[in-house]
Design a protein around this ligand. Structure first.
Ligand code: NFS
Length: 650
């Protein structure tokens, strides 16, 4: 079954803290089926590549520089370590930005077709959101029909992608002082296509060889993701499928049901998932499943589209990125359908081992060995029906031994920034005033976004969970997206009674409002909700004039994707201190590294940070938050006591 020959023995408890994943890793080992944890153990990362100290941008090389003595060598063309590092980093940003903006543009395409009446399967579900998004970019809404507003809106939002000159529409949502910093630096994004194109051009051999200049275009490209592609994806998803409101929902593999037909959707675009919800609730299909001997059909999500429908509809979520292979080892997954992004190629092999029907659905993502059933927005049922049929057929002919981990974790999901507004202020005075007030009076020390992937190079979920626990203990309110929020959901921190784990101040606020100390906001494109929340905090007043003034910080402690690098860069460019774990793909001690970790902050932006240890990471974020509080003059006496590492651990 396995393609691996010599395997390093691994203790599963050393590589994950997710009980279900550990149980399934044991099963995979018994079954002789390979997985990412094993492959990571067997494959040492290339040290030169890990530091991004090699250049493959032309064929005079590849040139390898020495990370230990970075200025001892240059490439064949004379490129220095700073140029090479900046170009490599920039291309990660370009790739991550392309992924999010291509997704966002796909959403605009569908929105346009819905507005024109060419698609019947989706409709404008949240008219209030339509109006508020339109208003935020100065589209007239008074006395106009939804149709008229939506027509203007898609035309306007399309500019986020295609515009050649001028600022993207959502630049209007950026706090004035932050926008001024961008304008001064010449980095207000035009359209995504233009920014990505220019960044790819500038990083070609022999073009931009000034790392500071490259970083400018890097920021501009990243910003067109955060305030552009991703934000449009979030807003249009809300308009079409509804803005999330808190919903009690479950996470973990225990939601698979042995006596049901189980279907998992894994990927990033809500379209496939929304249509799959319709198909699996179709009475005709439920009857068909029953005729095949099942009690019904159980639909579950994984990764980011899973996080979106968890937030919007309470569809259970089976696990984050590193659990996608292990879940198949349950033998209970009758079909897995994927669209784009974070889809491991190995899923095709693992599915074959357990007789799971594995489907690709998007023309952008085909995998050798998968069954390709094209998803087409005009006729989504043509795709989803085939998948449900195949799943029922597989249920009837199950051969794999079934072992489903028992664990189910219930929690509250779906905190859109609109809901945070409402939750804190109530329906009559919905606003961020209570949040700002509680930050100013010190009950809440600050806000941290903890987001991003899981990565087999670090113990799955461990850094996420320890970091978040440490932050809330120190009265930092945590907002979450992506695979990170699934880690915390499994650890039980997204329920109101988790407030007992928070410091006194945060606990008091949580108990008064009835909210958890950890708010899960959705998928990775929903990081744009955090940007909007930051803007609202600035607009509400009392916490400075720009995002860079706010007592906030961000982290992606177990990241693995280029999308994460792009997200990190747009938070930094927006003014947020952003700490990454695992590894940082830039040679330490270089001028380029210094610019990212110090120089950008001096220019009025945020800055990057790096740490492996969750407690160290928390300390860095808290120190930064305190630094901002101090600058704002809201550092109360009570908080001045600095805890040592030992105090915190205790
Ligand atoms: Ni984000 Fe979503 Fe997860 Fe990482 Fe992948 S699923 S878009 S990249 S692994 S958080």
């Amino acid at each position: 079954m396995s393609e691996e020959k010599k395997q390093k023995p691994i203790n599963f408890r050393d590589v994950s803290t997710c009980e279900s994943t550990i149980q399934m890793l044991q099963k995979m080992a018994d079954d002789g089926v390979a997985n990412a944890f094993q492959r990571a153990a067997d494959m040492k990362p290339c040290p030169i590549g890990a530091d991004s100290a090699c250049c493959k941008h032309c064929f005079m090389g590849p040139c390898r520089l020495n990370a230990k003595d970075p200025y001892s060598k240059v490439g064949v063309c004379g490129a220095t370590i700073d140029t090479i590092g900046a170009r490599n980093f920039a291309r990660m940003v370009a790739s991550g930005c392309a992924a999010h903006t291509d997704h966002g543009m796909g959403m605009v395409d569908v929105f346009r077709e819905v507005v024109r009446g060419n698609i019947s399967g989706y409709k404008i579900k949240d008219e209030e959101k339509l109006r508020s998004v339109a208003k935020s970019i100065d589209i007239e809404v008074e006395g106009r029909t939804a149709q008229e507003i939506a027509t203007d809106l898609y035309e306007e939002l399309e500019r986020t992608y295609t515009q050649v000159e001028g600022e993207i529409p959502f630049a209007k949502r950026v706090p004035p002082k932050t926008l001024e910093t961008w304008r001064k630096a010449g980095i207000v994004p035009r359209g995504a296509m233009r920014e990505i194109m220019e960044l790819m051009h500038r990083t070609h051999i022999g073009v931009d060889q000034d790392y500071e200049n490259i970083v400018k275009q890097c920021s501009r490209t990243a910003l067109v993701d955060g305030w552009g592609g991703s934000m449009v994806a979030t807003e249009i998803s809300d308009i079409l499928f509804g803005t999330p409101k808190p919903v009690v929902a479950g996470v973990n593999m225990g939601f698979l049901k042995e006596d049901h037909v189980n279907i998992i959707v894994h990927g990033h675009e809500p379209l496939l998932f929304e249509s799959m919800i319709a198909a699996t609730n179709d009475p005709a299909y439920i009857e068909k499943a029953k005729a095949a001997g099942a009690k019904g059909i159980q639909l579950l999500g994984m990764c980011c589209s899973g996080a979106e429908v968890l937030a919007r509809h309470g569809v259970p979520h089976a696990g984050n990125f590193l659990s996608v292979e292990p879940v198949i080892a349950t033998g209970a997954v009758d079909a897995m359908a994927v669209d784009v992004q974070c889809i491991m190629q190995a899923l095709s092999t693992v599915s074959a081992c357990y007789n799971t029907r594995f489907f690709t659905t998007n023309p952008r993502c085909r995998i050798d060995g998968a069954i390709h059933v094209p998803f087409e927005e005009h006729h989504p049922e043509a795709c989803t029906n085939k998948i449900v049929d195949a799943a029922i057929d597989r249920f009837q002919n199950r051969t794999a031994k079934i072992e489903i981990p028992r664990r189910k974790d219930m929690g509250v999901h779906g905190f859109s920034h609109e809901y945070i507004n409402y939750m804190l202020g109530g329906s009559f005075r919905a606003s961020y005033v209570p949040l700002n007030e509680n930050i100013i009076n010190g009950r809440i020390r600050g806000v941290a976004g903890v987001v991003g992937c899981t990565n087999p190079r670090v113990k799955q979920d461990y850094v996420h969970v320890e970091l978040v626990k440490e932050l809330i203990k120190n009265n930092v309110l945590v907002v979450q997206t992506g695979c990170s929020q699934i880690a915390l959901a499994k650890a039980g921190l997204d329920k109101p009674d988790a407030a007992v784990m928070a410091g006194d101040g945060l606990r008091e606020v949580c108990e008064t409002v009835g909210m958890p100390p950890v708010l899960s906001l959705g998928s990775c494109v929903d990081n744009s909700r955090i940007l909007i929340a930051c803007s609202e905090m600035v607009r509400t007043g009392g916490l400075g004039d720009s995002i860079a003034d706010l007592p906030v910080a961000g982290a992606a402690p177990e990241y693995m994707s280029e999308k994460a690098i792009c997200i990190g860069q747009y938070f930094v460019a927006s003014g947020v201190y952003t700490v990454f774990g695992v590894t940082f793909p830039v040679v330490e001690g270089t001028k380029f590294h210094k610019l990212l970790f110090e120089g950008l902050e001096e220019q009025g932006f945020g800055k990057w940070g790096f740490a492996l240890d969750p407690y160290e990471m928390a300390r860095m974020m808290i120190d930064h938050i305190d630094k901002k509080r101090m600058a704002l003059g809201i550092m109360g006496e009570r908080e001045r006591k600095l805890f040592s590492m030992e105090d915190r651990r205790a």
